[in-house]
Design a protein. Structure first.
Length: 293
C-alpha cells in the first residue's frame, strides 16, 4: 500500500478522534488502550439505548434450523446483538474525507460478510441467502456485474435487505490512475448504482485494496462515507487472517462472487457454508455491516 501510516492517520483524524482512528487501524497501529476503553464504555450506553429501541420492536423470527441443515450447517447462526445506536459514519460530513475501515471497532462477537466484483451469478446462492436470512454487503464492479444475467441477479439479493455498494466501473488498480480517472471510476459507479437502487452508496472498496490520497479525495467527493478494506479473506475451504490466525470481533470478511471454475469445483453455496461453519466454530455470528458503519 503506498499510503503511509501517518497519511492514514491524517485521513482519519479529519473525521474521528485519534483514539477512534487508531482503533480502525488495528492492522497498522497499536496502543491507545485507555481511550479505547472509554470508547467501549460509551458504546455500552449507546447499546443500552439501542436495546431499548429493539425491545419495542417485535422479536425477529427464530432462525430456521431446517433451512440451515438443508445448506449443510448443523445449527443456525446466533442472532446478532442489537446494533449500536450511532453509526460510525455519522461523524462524516457530506463531501468530507471518508473513514478508512479495516475492522469495525466493537467488542461484540460479530463479523461482517462482504462479497465483491459480481462475476458468478448462482441462483442457488440467492435461495441460500434468503433461507438463512444472511446479512451480506455487496461491492459491485459495473463491468463485471453487468455480464451474463447482469444486475437483475443482484436486485434479488438487494430485495432481501442487502446493501449494494461501489467497487468501481472497471476494477482498475486505482493507484495507477490520475485523480480525474479515479474520479470517473468511483463517481461513475456511484451514479450507476444510485440510478438503479435509488441512493448513492455510502461504502466503497477499492479493487485489490489499493488506494492513495487521490482515491480518498475522489471517494469523499462522490458521496462515499467509508472506504472499506478487510483483514480476513474467505478462501475455498477456510479463511485467511491478516493477524493471529483467527477471527476477531468486528472483522470484515472478504469473499467474492465466484463459481466452480475459480473455486476448484466448489460452488458459491458450498464456499459460503464453509465460511459460516468457520465463523460459528470460532464463536461468532454475522451482523449487518451497514448497521455499524
Ligand atoms: Zn474486486
Amino acid at each position: 500500500m503506498s499510503t503511509t501510516v501517518s497519511g492514514l492517520r491524517a485521513a482519519l483524524a479529519t473525521a474521528l478522534p485519534v483514539c477512534a482512528a487508531t482503533l480502525l487501524l488495528t492492522g497498522l497501529l497499536s496502543g491507545c488502550s485507555s481511550g479505547a476503553d472509554a470508547g467501549a464504555d460509551a458504546g455500552k450506553g449507546e447499546r443500552t439505548r439501542a436495546s431499548e429501541k429493539a425491545a419495542a420492536r417485535p422479536p425477529a423470527p427464530a432462525p430456521d434450523a431446517d433451512a440451515y441443515r438443508r445448506w449443510g450447517l448443523d445449527k443456525p447462526l446466533a442472532p446478532p446483538p442489537a446494533p449500536p445506536a450511532r453509526k460510525l459514519t455519522e461523524s462524516v460530513q457530506a463531501g468530507g474525507a471518508p473513514l478508512l475501515v479495516r475492522r469495525v471497532p466493537t467488542r461484540d462477537k460479530v463479523v461482517f460478510v462482504t462479497i465483491d466484483d459480481g462475476a458468478e451469478k448462482d441462483p442457488e446462492f440467492v435461495k441460500m441467502a434468503e433461507d438463512l436470512k444472511l446479512p451480506l454487503t455487496m461491492f459491485l464492479t459495473d463491468d463485471i456485474a453487468r455480464a451474463g444475467r447482469g444486475y437483475p441477479y443482484f436486485d434479488r439479493l438487494h430485495a432481501l435487505g442487502n446493501g449494494v455498494h461501489n467497487h468501481t466501473l472497471g476494477h482498475p488498480d486505482l493507484r495507477t490512475l490520475d485523480p480525474d480517472a479515479q474520479r470517473r471510476q468511483i463517481c461513475g459507479q456511484q451514479d450507476a448504482l444510485a440510478k438503479r437502487y435509488g441512493a448513492r452508496p455510502a461504502l466503497f472498496r477499492p479493487p485489490y485494496g489499493n488506494y492513495n490520497d487521490a482515491t480518498l479525495a475522489a471517494a469523499g467527493g462522490c458521496g462515499v462515507k467509508a472506504v472499506v478494506l478487510w483483514e480476513a479473506t474467505m478462501q475455498i475451504n477456510d479463511m485467511r487472517y491478516a493477524q493471529g490466525g483467527r477471527l476477531r470481533p468486528g472483522d470484515i470478511v472478504l469473499a467474492h462472487f465466484r463459481g466452480p471454475k475459480e473455486l476448484k469445483g466448489t460452488s458459491m453455496t458450498r464456499m459460503t457454508a464453509n465460511m459460516l461453519r468457520s465463523i460459528q466454530k470460532q464463536g461468532y455470528t454475522v451482523a449487518r455491516l451497514e448497521d455499524y458503519l
